[in-house]
Design a protein around this ligand. Structure first.
Ligand SMILES: C[S@@+](CC[C@H](N)C(=O)[O-])C[C@H]1O[C@@H](n2cnc3c(N)ncnc32)[C@H](O)[C@@H]1O
Length: 208
């Protein structure tokens, strides 16, 4: 008599987060995180990263955006990432990952990515508490800093991508970004988890 195999379901990766199609796809395509598909959707819609571009990736660990951005720029471009945590995946020679806190930049880090970027992309997220207001306020702090860093380093016409957890000050943040870019789009990629409050603010064409 054939023995019926018990169906084993995978344990959740994080409380409430079951492995999904994008997680499996990322593993198959050798990216360290499913977040790569968010940047891929943004790129397909807005074409912000061109061959030869110099890109700054804020909150780059574990390295999916870094790898994907480096594919887009090719070897004639360069991608610099920064994160509190190190990136352990192997990067191509035209990509690098620095360890540091964007909210407390040292002179050495400031020097390491001083200027001349055609795109600044931020997928930074605070450690979440589950308290929506607290998480949104911490996300906003990172977004304000990402904008400051971007405005100091983007070349005229350069682009900005910033993940934000929507909260009470979301509209004020969008207005702030609108003051510095020719167009601003709000975009929620399909690959964002449905229950997530995250959304991307996209500044296209830094004003001179
Ligand atoms: C969602 S993950 C980024 C995933 C990444 N885009 C990828 O595709 O691999 C968010 C990252 O933001 C980083 N982060 C949070 N606060 C930061 C800060 N103050 N400075 C630098 N990185 C920060 C976290 O350490 C975390 O690795």
């Amino acid at each position: 008599m054939a023995v019926k195999k018990a169906k084993i379901s995978r344990p959740p990766k994080k409380k409430g987060q079951w492995e999904d199609h994008y997680t499996r796809k990322a593993r198959d395509e050798k990216y360290p995180a499913r977040s790569v598909y968010k940047l891929q959707e943004i790129q397909r819609k807005f074409t912000l990263i061109k061959k030869g571009a110099k890109v700054l990736d804020l909150g780059c660990s574990p390295g999916s955006w870094l790898l994907y951005a480096a594919e887009l720029t090719g070897g004639s471009g360069h991608v610099t990432g920064i994160d509190l945590k190190p990136v352990t995946v192997k990067l191509p020679s035209h990509a690098e990952a620095l360890v540091g806190d964007i909210l407390a930049l040292t002179p050495e880090l400031e020097e390491a990515f001083s200027s001349g970027f055609s795109a600044v992309i931020s997928d930074m997220a605070p450690a979440t508490t589950g308290m929506k207001d607290v998480d949104a306020a911490r996300s906003l702090e990172l977004c304000e800093m990402a904008l400051t860093v971007a405005l100091e380093r983007l070349t005229p016409g350069g682009h900005f991508v910033c993940k934000i957890f929507q909260g009470g000050d979301f509209d004020a943040y969008v207005t702030h970004v609108k003051g510095h870019f020719r167009q601003v789009k709000i975009f929620k990629p399909e690959s964002c988890r449905k229950q997530s409050k995250e959304i991307y603010v996209i500044g296209i064409g830094r004003k001179e």
